[in-house]
Design a protein around this ligand. Structure first.
Ligand code: S3P
Length: 424
């Protein structure tokens, strides 16, 4: 029988969000820190190279080898523009760090990043006392001159871990209080890390209270696997016709794994087993068995916990029985691409049916074979989601730029192929 079976035990690259934060915090911790399991993809390299320009010593980011960071209490003025590549997290979190430094720096990024909104992060930092000059379209290139900052009480208009983290890093470096209200529960890696350095970070409902009680000192960290990368392996395994696949050492932070709960609700057979704690984060393994999925509704309050997983979830919804609605996903318009537009346009281009209704994405499920060309606009997660859909043997899907996966998942095609290799 011709099967399309998955098997084996797999790992995914280190968590992108945690890697950015570990590199940045190590760079502002005077002394030598050591990061193992760091993501070595292009986005993490952008953060490392920006930090090197500011005087931190960072060893090359190589897979399987630990990264050594020589940090400084105060970073130095750069002598050229800080290029953040494709990485929104680099740009936004670095603005928080630079806001507390009394020199001028200029940040830019690639054409995708230059289109992304930066006013949301500039406004609170300006309210704290930083001088920021935004580019003509409210984004990069940005010139920032930080200095002495004051405390802040800020309500975020949209849940954003990047904006929240920029405020928290600025407050920690400046030694001031911060209060942040966010409309949803975005990822809390920064809060967890700051707590580990003795800073007080309390969350009550949607309000976060920060007090500068801590101090940055050198540390060692072992970065867990990225659940936002694991989702593509999970997706491919669910679409297979037999076997099962195990993904080990994945971060299971509750603010990051909303997609797993949604898939389980759709009928996905995914076993989640917590195995311990790593880097102040819960970690564990996922065992995934191919499953027929049924449609669901994803309410807006679930969106912050699965924002990066929507491209994969939408492609899986296109294979479910019934019509799935993702409510309140307007933020997808300002990710690495206009993901809302690209998900709908690409699912339609390959023979499916997906529409945008206001800020909702509506995906009709079908079991017809898919064929056509997928436009990625260089977006790593769009590329990987459709590469997963392309693993179904009856589909004929061409992804225009599969190489963009390297932004967050080096070696993605090989990792995907390994899922389908017979078990030995
Ligand atoms: C991230 C936060 C999210 C997410 C991004 C990584 C982070 O962005 O989409 O991939 O590491 O803080 P927003 O803060 O814009 O929601």
């Amino acid at each position: 029988m011709h099967g399309h079976r998955v098997g084996g035990v797999h790992r995914v690259p280190g968590d992108k969000s945690i890697t950015h934060r570990a590199l940045m915090i190590a760079a502002i911790s005077p002394g030598r820190s050591s990061i193992s399991g760091a993501l070595t993809a292009l986005d993490a390299r952008s953060t490392a190279s920006v930090l090197r320009q500011l005087g931190a010593g960072i060893s090359p980011l190589r897979t399987e080898s630990r990264v050594t960071v020589t940090g400084r209490r105060v970073l130095g003025a750069p002598d050229s523009v800080l290029h953040c590549g494709n990485s929104g997290t680099t740009a936004r979190l670095m603005l928080g760090i630079l806001a507390a430094h009394g020199f001028e720096a200029r940040l830019t990024g690639d054409s995708s990043l230059r289109r992304r909104p930066m006013g949301r992060v500039a406004s609170p930092l300006v309210a704290m006392g930083a001088n920021i000059l935004l580019g003509s379209v409210g984004g990069l290139p940005i010139t920032i001159r930080g200095g002495a900052l004051g405390s802040i009480d800020w309500a975020l208009p949209v849940a954003s871990a990047q904006v929240k983290s920029a405020i928290l890093l600025a407050a920690a470096l400046a030694g001031v209080n911060a209060r942040i209200n966010e409309p949803g529960d975005s990822r809390d890696h920064t809060e967890r890390m700051l707590t580990a350095f003795g800073f007080e970070v309390d969350r009550v409902g949607h309000a976060i209270t920060f007090r500068p009680t801590g101090r940055f000192t050198p540390f060692e960290i072992d970065v867990p696997g990225d659940p936002s990368s694991a989702i593509f392996m999970v997706g491919a395994a669910l679409l297979a016709t037999g076997g099962d696949a195990e993904i080990t050492d994945v971060g299971l932070n509750p603010t990051r794994i909303g997609a797993i709960a949604v898939l389980q609700r759709m009928g996905a057979r995914i076993e989640v087993a917590a195995t311990g704690n790593q880097a102040g984060e819960p970690v564990g393994r996922l065992v995934v068995t191919p499953s027929q999925l049924a449609a669901t509704t994803v309410p807006a309050h679930e969106v912050p916990g699965l924002i990066d997983e929507i491209p994969m979830l939408a492609c899986l919804a296109a294979r479910a029985v019934g019509t799935t609605r993702f409510c309140g996903v307007g933020e997808l318009r300002v990710k690495e691409s206009d993901r809302l537009l690209l998900i709908a346009a690409n699912l339609t281009a390959i023979g499916g049916n997906a529409t945008i209704e206001g800020d909702d994405l509506v995906v009709e499920g079908s079991d017809r074979p898919c064929a056509g060309t997928v436009r990625t606009d260089g977006d790593h997660r769009i590329a990987m989601a459709f590469m997963v859909l392309a693993t179904e043997p009856r589909n004929r899907i061409v992804v225009d730029n599969p190489g963009s996966a390297a932004v967050s998942f080096p070696g993605f095609p090989a990792a995907l192929a390994a899922l389908f290799q017979e078990r030995t």
